[in-house]
Design a protein around this ligand. Structure first.
Ligand SMILES: O=C(O)c1ccccc1NCC(=O)[C@H](O)[C@H](O)COP(=O)(O)O
Length: 285
């Protein structure tokens, strides 16, 4: 990301704060990059599952009319909405997501704007660890250094988010390769055609189109639709991210052969999570 601007966007503010947070973590005895690498070399990271096959399975995938897969998010708060569900317990919420059939559980680990943490992610992972066909765990973070990816793996992630808009070509390539070297196929996030071309050149197998513009907060569900043709006939799992709130949204994406949806706020606000998920995805009971 380029240097400081006069009126920084929220993405620039988060990036600047995260740089300070990461520097502090690396300087803390016991969590230096060397320490994290030692823990990984000692085999202390929990076993991972591969993202691509997990995303291809959902409660409807063996039916004659399969629907999309779900990436269900743990999101206490956000820059655009403020507090969303401050009292929700992440481990209990994750168990509901797993039992309802989510393929991925996305955990926001950013503390300042999203009120998340690595501890949330670790406990989510522990909560779903023994569930049948457990969901993959996604570290939803603003990643710009290998350190954050190593940390994610150590704390039980199966995959990490790489936001194309935040990264130079060199950073994106290096982080993608590093994540794959740890066995984690990343979710590569794009918001427009140029970013989609960058993700495809990278060889990303799982690409998420964020319907939310991270500079302006504007949400347009048509953002994914506009980019669908660019991945047709390609061996890519296409996911629609943000702003999805009801079965009508998912139905449109199903017609367009989108493979998965990532849903945060609507799930965190749902009264009955299990029923909401089944109706959202139109999965069999
Ligand atoms: O959600 C925000 O306000 C936000 C602002 C700036 C950067 C990222 C932001 N959200 C991260 C996400 O990508 C969403 O949490 C995720 O896609 C789920 O979105 P939703 O279903 O609309 O909660």
């Amino acid at each position: 990301m380029s240097g400081p601007s006069k009126n920084p966007t929220i993405l620039e503010k988060i990036y600047a704060q995260r740089r300070l947070d990461v520097e502090q973590a690396k300087a803390t005895p016991g969590t230096s990059f060397e320490d994290i690498n030692t823990y990984l070399a000692m085999g202390l990271a929990p076993k991972l599952i591969p993202l691509v096959p997990r995303l291809k399975t959902n409660p409807s995938s063996s039916s004659t009319n399969p629907s999309l897969s779900l990436m269900a998010e743990i999101k206490r708060a956000s820059p655009s909405k403020g507090a969303i569900a401050m009292d929700t317990n992440p481990a209990q919420q994750a168990l509901k997501y797993a039992e309802a059939g989510a393929s991925v559980i996305s955990v926001l680990t950013e503390p300042t704007w999203f009120k998340g943490s690595l501890l949330d992610m670790r406990l989510v992972r522990q909560a779903v660890d023994q569930t049948p066909n457990r969901p993959a765990i996604l570290r939803k973070e603003f990643i710009f250094e290998e350190y954050q990816i190593a940390e994610a793996r150590l704390h039980g992630a199966d995959t990490v988010l790489l936001i194309v808009a935040m990264l130079t070509h060199e950073q994106l390539t290096a982080l993608y390769k590093y994540s794959c070297s740890l066995g984690m196929e990343p979710l590569v996030e794009v918001n427009n055609q140029t970013e989609m071309m960058r993700a495809l050149e990278l060889g990303a197998k799982v690409i998420g189109v964020n319907n939310r513009n991270l500079h302006s907060f504007e949400v347009d569900l048509g953002t994914t639709t506009k980019l669908v043709d660019l991945v047709k006939e390609k061996d890519v799992i296409l996911c629609a991210l943000s702003g999805i709130s009801g079965p009508q949204d998912v139905r449109v994406y199903k017609e367009q052969s989108v493979h998965a949806v990532l849903v945060g706020e609507a799930l965190m606000r749902a009264q009955d999570t299990t029923t909401f998920i089944r109706e959202l995805l139109e999965w069999p009971a």
